[in-house]
Structure formats: structure tokens, C-alpha cells
Design a protein around this ligand. Structure first.
Ligand code: GLP
Length: 225
């Protein structure tokens, strides 16, 4: 049961609400461990976070997922994070983690940091969270995955052509994400409404990975048209 499903008026409010939650987390707990998303939806939140000029010196971040590609490529999630957040705040690069292989070592890093305090998520049009595509086990951990055809099509807008979209990724698992103490999911656009409602109010099924969030006791959803 999702306790908080907020429909906000516009993208500006979506971004500032979630940035506000991140800001409160960091101010109240300077040693916070955050799990961070990529994609188009969180871009406004990152802009707001940069403007807030928070003190990130003790914060540790874990990104949800990475494409299996050259990390220096402009569309790699490592490049995305540098460009949209890390290069503009006072976080230490050594505290910014991305999924890597062996994936068990990445899991050990999360466990060694005593777990994630706040995880920010987006949602794919097929109901994926991170790169946990439909059919992913609810118990899954960080691992190498093949991307769904739908995800490749959706993400082709960031590349010159659909053939340039990486076909594989390393993603945190659903089991890994569910261990976060608090989760905030942000969704932007009418094309996300149906899958979001199905995930939040429909059956909890591995065919809709985001539906697992119904079983977490501290999830907040923000949606705007
Ligand atoms: C991407 C990412 C997800 C993200 C989702 C939605 O493929 N791996 O973490 O939440 O798709 O992206 P967007 O916000 O661009 O719609």
C-alpha cells in the first residue's frame, strides 16, 4: 500500500519537491547515503539541488544503473552525473559510486556503508525501475542485464540512432533497492500515468517491476502531467 501518491501541478514543482526531500535528508544527516537516478525526469531536481548549495562533503552516492559502454561517452550515466550534478557541488569524487563488476563487490560497498538512506527513482514506460526490466526477480541484486526492446526504443532519443543505444547495463537489483530506508519515485508526463497507476494500485507482479514498491513501508510518489 503506497501511503503517499502526490499529483503536483507541473514539472517545476515535481523537481522542487524531490530536491526539497534530498535537501532535508542531507541537512539533517550530513553523512547520508543516497541512491540516484538518471534519465530526463530528474534533470530539474538536479538543477534545483545545485542551486541549493548544500554541503555534500560527507555524502556518499550510489547510482542506480549504468549502460555497459565507454564511461567517457557523453551519454554514459557517469558523464550525465558529472555534467548535471557532481561537477557543480562539493561532493568528493571518491564518494560517488556507480555499479561495476564484480557486482558482488558493488553490493559489498553498499553494505559496507551501512545501507542507503534515501533512494530516488524514475520509472520506465514498461514499469522498470533502474534497469530492472519486466520479469526481473523481486529478489534480484546488482547484476548485468539485457535491456528490453521498449527501453532501447525509449532511450534512443538520447543517441544518434537506435543502433547506438547500448543493449546491456549493470543495474542495482530490486532486492537491493528495496533495502533503502526511504524511496521517492518521480514520474513526469501523461505517458507514464497508466503504468504508474498499475504499478501502485494493481497486482504486485514481477511483470511490472515498480509494483514491488507497494511492499515498502516508506515510499513517496510524485507525478505531474
Ligand atoms: C532509464 C533509466 C531509469 C529511468 C527511466 C526513465 O532507462 N535507467 O533509471 O528511471 O529510464 O527515464 P526518463 O526519466 O527519461 O523517462
Amino acid at each position: 500500500m503506497i501511503s503517499q501518491y502526490n499529483i503536483v501541478s507541473d514539472y517545476h514543482q515535481l523537481s522542487s519537491e524531490v530536491a526539497g526531500i534530498v535537501s532535508t535528508q542531507i541537512k539533517e544527516h550530513p553523512l547520508s547515503k543516497l541512491c540516484l537516478p538518471t534519465g530526463s525526469t530528474p534533470l530539474g531536481m538536479y538543477e534545483d539541488l545545485v542551486m541549493l548549495e548544500l554541503d555534500w562533503r560527507l555524502v556518499i552516492t550510489f547510482n542506480l544503473d549504468v549502460y555497459l559502454m565507454n564511461v567517457d561517452h557523453p551519454e554514459s550515466y557517469q558523464s550525465y552525473m558529472k555534467k548535471n550534478l557532481f561537477d557543480s557541488i562539493n561532493i568528493f569524487p571518491i564518494n560517488c559510486h556507480f555499479p561495476f563488476r564484480p557486482t558482488s563487490a558493488f553490493e559489498d560497498k553498499i553494505a559496507g556503508s551501512m545501507g542507503i538512506d534515501l533512494c530516488i527513482l524514475g520509472i520506465g514506460t514498461n514499469g522498470h525501475i533502474a534497469f530492472n526490466e519486466p520479469g526481473s526477480s523481486f529478489k534480484s541484486r546488482t547484476r548485468l542485464v539485457d535491456l528490453d526492446e521498449q527501453t532501447i526504443q525509449d532511450n534512443s532519443r538520447f543517441f544518434d540512432s537506435v543502433d547506438d543505444v547500448p543493449k546491456q547495463a549493470i543495474t542495482m537489483g530490486l532486492g537491493t533497492i528495496m533495502e533503502s530506508k526511504k524511496i521517492v519515485l518521480m514520474a513526469n508526463g501523461k505517458h507514464k500515468r497508466e503504468i504508474l497507476d498499475e504499478a501502485m494500485y494493481g497486482d504486485v507482479t514481477e511483470e511490472i517491476p515498480a509494483s514491488i514498491l507497494q511492499e515498502h513501508d516508506n515510499v513517496i510518489i510524485f507525478y505531474c502531467d
